[in-house]
Design a binder for this molecule. Sequence first.
Ligand code: ANZ
Ligand code: ZN
Length: 817
Amino acid sequence: MEYQPRIMEKKWSERWKADEAHIVKADSSKPKYYSLDMFPYPSGAGLHVGHWRGYTISDVWSRYKKLQGYEVLHPMGWDAFGLPAENAAIKLGIHPAVSTANNVANFKRQLQEIGAMYDWTREINTSDPSYYKWTQYFFVKMFERGLAYRKKMPINWCPSCKTGLANEEVIDGTCERCGTEVTKKEMNQWMLKITAYADRLLYDLEKLDWPDKVKRMQTNWIGRSEGARIHFDVADVEDAKIEVFTTRPDTLYGATYMVLAPEHPLVDRIVTESERNSVEEYVKETLKKSSVARQVVDKTKTGVFTGAYAIHPISGAKIPVWIADYVLMEYGTGAIMAVPAHDERDYEFAQAFGLPIVQVVAPKAESDATGEGGSSSSKEVPELYVGPGVLVNSGPYNGLTIEEGKQAIVAALAEKGVGEKTVTYRMRDWVFARQRYWGEPIPIIYCDSCGTLPVPVEDLPVALPDVERYEPTGTGESPLAAIESFVHTTCPKCGGPARRETDTMPQWAGSSWYFLRYPDPHNDTAPFSKEAANEWLPVDMYIGGVEHAVLHLLYSRFFTKVIHDLGLIDFDEPFQHLFNQGMLTLNGAKMSKSKGNVVNPDDIIEKHGVDALRMYELFVGPPEDDAEWNDNGLEGVSRFLGRLYRVFQQHVTTQAPSRPELERLRHRFIASLSERMETFRLNTAVSAFMEYLNALTAAAAHGGIDKATLETLAIALAPFAPHLGEELWSNLGNQKSVFNAKWPTFEEQWLKDDEVEVAVQVNGKVRAKIVISAEATQEDAVSAAKDHPDTSVWIEGKEIMKTIYVPGRLVNLVVKG
Ligand code: ANZ
Ligand code: ZN
């Protein structure tokens, strides 16, 4: 009767395979449930127990849903294109396709070990031509709709990786992958117009059951700002208009200078000869800095005067125009009116360069006290004030609130044709190109006579050719540019000689729609059938790390909306419910191969079995919180499973008749377990088993365990420890898998505290019967006994020498006198 998990687990995983237990029947009449893991990038390092936390949570949940009667789609695949495979290829000379295939095989072996119910017939690999054909197809569709376009623009450039980087790959001004300082480089880039979807991406967040934190991060990333554009003429320069974006048009009277981004196209035209040298020098310095570095709030402000003056659109005053790197070219209009009294950065700048500071908003109380002028006149330099209040020093607008001031001033500007209300977004269009090898070729052809053309859909995929050298060229071109046979093609329109685009798609391309492919993974005439997609999606539960809060989740939402607009699906949000699991740490540090602190699941499994590891991955802490790996905790869970197995085996042959005590325990266990599942408190779900087993062991000592209890144990355990669940279920004499059973239900009546009738004796003679809770303490029982009118007459005025309580049966009061 020893618990020998490895033998048992091997047996059941082979049985599942033979029975095709995890193959999803799409035509089943059951309700559908789509339970999805964020698919992994198959790195060379393999999976460690930290990765397994998310996969375990998601598999336990999927199996639970299956027991609740759903047809559950729980697929797995590989996000297989990307830089690491390519960097390894450069270093070790192994073709990325070969190393990726090896890594996939290892990942798959590990994921099969975990006992997960993945339907491997639906496996997806984004680097497989039969898949990326459709990634290219979506690019063509976006091109046709004007959503993919080419633009010459400065990109983040990593001089070490010799590649362009998306903004999100630049961390604190350095390359996310190698840590080198990122510079800028002008290049023609393919872009996706995600900004056209900004408002939908923002407002549709409301429809989703996602963690607030993730919604907030997306909201900030989109960065919608309502404000105004205001036009300023430049004194003595014909036709030069500086257009600014401001969220505070109410502060117009406090604009004491202007700032242009150093790379603003107007700079060259308005700069005066005496200032030209210093301006050019400053522009050159700025171009070396990343936009992230420029946005650091508390850095020392730098900038130079252009010699030019703008004309204030209302007062007509001349205000100096500066350039400074705290104004970014890619936000708003790349120019600001600076209001130092009410903007922190402008305040610091004005103080550093001795520019005037004029207060135009005062807190309500202050403006009441001083009549109309605010307090600025009484102080040398007004303090920075960013709070609410009313307008002061603003001519006819004095006394208006900020909101009223905004409305009135924008209306006046609009009347004169020098301003209008507008909305600006922080989010930029998506740079959808890399100058690297291991990615989807962008399906575009350039013809000298016909221009830029998409590859006809029937010619897709544009296959990634074999190359001998993966190194980036260093000129900024992709290694594909060196392959004549790839570059030279014929124009799909005129048949003349033409060239192929040689850039590839970025890391995020394939993962932006893979969830749509699983319902119909072998379709070779379309990315998926509309019916299959509509049947399964949106994904009911999407589980993965919070590190994907913005990019992957935003890009997937964008793709889904575009695909919806193409008429290919009926829904326009991919993931209804999102859950982010916490990280597993070891001695406080995130597990990672580079830190050398990973716990290898292969070793654990050999010793304790998969089921113990699964249960421990849940037991380690609330699933959304980071948790510390602890070998003792794992051993505890492993011992618990052994004990459960022995108790079960001991009683399975001699099944006792049912009795109320066992019924009560069982219904209470089901109720508390179900509640913990529904609220996703999976760690406490594991403790529910532990509590139950303790109570059960005590009860079994006097009267054994009944069949219903044993069945409940087997079924309830199955999502958590599927192999053991199957074993127990079959030991009960069942032929079919435990996953054909139904998740147990409970009856309300058993949750109430039971009441029992207790006889009350006085000196050994029964005098009364009382009804009390079965859970009543001796104290409660005795006091109820004494209070009963039929007892009280016998004990009045006498001394109680002794009280005896036989729980649930009898109170005996021994009295004297
Ligand atoms: C005048 C003003 C007065 C401003 C005031 C703020 C406070 P959000 O909310 O992030 O959209 N700004 C505009 N374009 C900029 C750029 N390209 N680089 C750096 N700063 C820029 O911020 C909008 C505000 O940020 C704008 O409103 C502008 O400063 C500044 F009491 O204009 B404000
Ligand atoms: Zn042509």
